[in-house]
Design a protein around this ligand. Structure first.
Ligand SMILES: Cc1cc2nc3c(=O)[nH]c(=O)nc-3n(C[C@H](O)[C@H](O)[C@H](O)COP(=O)(O)O)c2cc1C
Length: 161
């Protein structure tokens, strides 16, 4: 089985829930991206600032990372969709990580769709081999166990291929 790392950012818990469930089920290393200046979790600024930063392609500084992605063959990257784009913290990670030659697979959580976000994610890892993409609509508000089982099956196939 491939040596894999799960990297994710989550504001409201959907991506965190999936990432932690995946790490537990498949016994994988994982790390949550944390901003030096945490994003507002409520109110007007949560959406206004989040939408603005995502649209402008901002790469806000991250707190020190728990793992070095360079040590892994396969990197699962999880992000919420913000303003049809990846969350800024994930953009920060992808800007600094050297994933050339790595196998990379993206998973998202969204309220509507992740079509544009998946395209942008692909453009942020030149030289990497994108081996998978999957998205989930608001897992914590829908059938979260079903989402976990779909995610685990998807990830297991990638690990074994
Ligand atoms: C700032 C902000 C912008 C968002 N923009 C979109 C969007 O453009 N399209 C969409 O489908 N969902 C959008 N959402 C909804 C989130 O993608 C969705 O709630 C996701 O499950 C959140 O993941 P999290 O709980 O891990 O933070 C947005 C949420 C926030 C906070």
């Amino acid at each position: 089985m491939a040596n894999a790392l799960i990297v994710f950012y989550s504001l409201d818990g959907d991506v965190r829930f999936l990432a932690r469930s995946l790490a537990r089920e498949l016994q994988l290393d994982s790390m949550e991206l944390e901003l030096v200046k945490p994003h507002p979790t409520r109110g007007f600024m949560k959406y206004f600032k989040g939408g603005f930063l995502a649209a402008t392609g901002a790469t806000p500084p991250l707190r020190p990372l728990a793992h070095d992605a360079g040590h892994y063959d396969l990197i699962f990257v999880g992000t919420p969709v913000w303003n049809s784009r990846p969350a800024p913290a994930v953009r920060s990670f992808l800007k600094d990580a050297d994933l050339k030659g790595k196998r990379v697979a993206f998973f998202t959580c969204y309220g509507d769709n992740d079509v544009k976000t998946q395209k942008i994610l692909t453009s942020l890892v030149p030289g990497a081999k994108i081996v998978g993409r999957i998205g989930f609509k608001l897992p914590l508000k829908t059938d979260k166990e079903r989402c976990v089982s779909d995610l685990v099956r998807w990830a297991r196939d990638l690990l074994n291929s």
